[in-house]
Design a protein around this ligand. Sequence first.
Ligand code: 13P
Ligand code: SF4
Length: 397
Amino acid sequence: MTIAESPVTPTAFSEPSSTPLALLLLGRGSDPESERGVDCPGELPPASDPDLVARALAAKATLGSRVFVLGHHYQRDEVIQFADVTGDSFKLAREAAARPEAEFIVFCGVHFMAESADILTSDSQTVVLPDLAAGCSMADMASDQQVREAWAALEAAGVAADTIPVTYMNSSAAIKGFTGEHGGLVCTSSNAERALRWAFEQGTKVFFLPDEHLGRNTAVRELGLTLEDCVLYNPWKPNGGLTVEQLRNAKVILWRGHCSVHGRFSPENVDDVRARIPGINVLVHPECTYEVVEKADYVGSTEYIIRMLDQAPAGSAWAIGTELNLVRRVAAAHPDKRVVFLEKTVCYCSTMNRIDLPHLVHQLEALVRGDVINQIHVDPIVAAHARTALERMLALP
Ligand code: 13P
Ligand code: SF4
């Protein structure tokens, strides 16, 4: 059966049954070791307030062109409706850099994205993140100190001089700064191939941080390297758990880090959905494991996933392996196509979900009062190096 012939169930997407996965909704707390900040000052409006939408609209109207709201594709519906622009992390970085007239950038996304926006905007602009605890567990898997220790191990092995660090956007400003300082660049899921090709024009090895899966998927599937060309550096082991010879022979040194959301998808999920829905297209984000990506039909960033569904013929069927807020919205936008979630259980990004309507209202109303809360401000020296790495990415052909 061809895809066009496969049966279509209008608005086929249904909410998977919930799991005991804890979602961090309105919590507060403190995690000074994390790449993100903590705590939200003042009293949040209750989530039950029936006027939240009206309050957000009124605050945004009062602020007018002084405020620009960016929304990542994984944000909740209740938040994304207030975004002036939505996008993947690459598009949002470009949009932030292209808004010099906005006094306030409200970043509805996670901490590393807001940091990048702060780095790419001028000193007279203020970037805020409506909940400072909206971090990214993957970004937290590479601390500045760990990465500098790893670099020292590369130096001791005599390979650092030929190695170009490439960091995924999902990393702290400090890691981006390290990368810029050492001749490397930032990449996102939509330009990782071009970034790696650029890096291999500058050196003979790449040190890829902090997502081993994006690094491996890009190196092997896009650049034609072998799995054996890649080694995994485990920051919790002496010398990364690697011998000097392994470091010398490797073409790509992958940091041992991953996304806990995309790590839930398995090759069995792909087999299972293909058995249940013959002819289905499997479309996944490149943060999924190599084994999952190898079994999928299409791989790409959140923006790519949206574009693919926009272009797909009516009647086609799609299993999507990425965060649930996005999959639900894509399904709702395409009632003429069958859209299912690749895994059967809930798969929200709990930190993306921390930005909810009460936090957004709280943020916007504070700005109306003249209170700048939840500001993201990157240390100027770190920012200077990180800007170099980000600008190398933005300049990629
Ligand atoms: P995109 O760059 O594809 O939006 O991905 C960001 C992200 O955090 C995915 O987990
Ligand atoms: Fe980080 Fe994964 Fe959430 Fe993306 S989906 S922000 S990589 S934890």
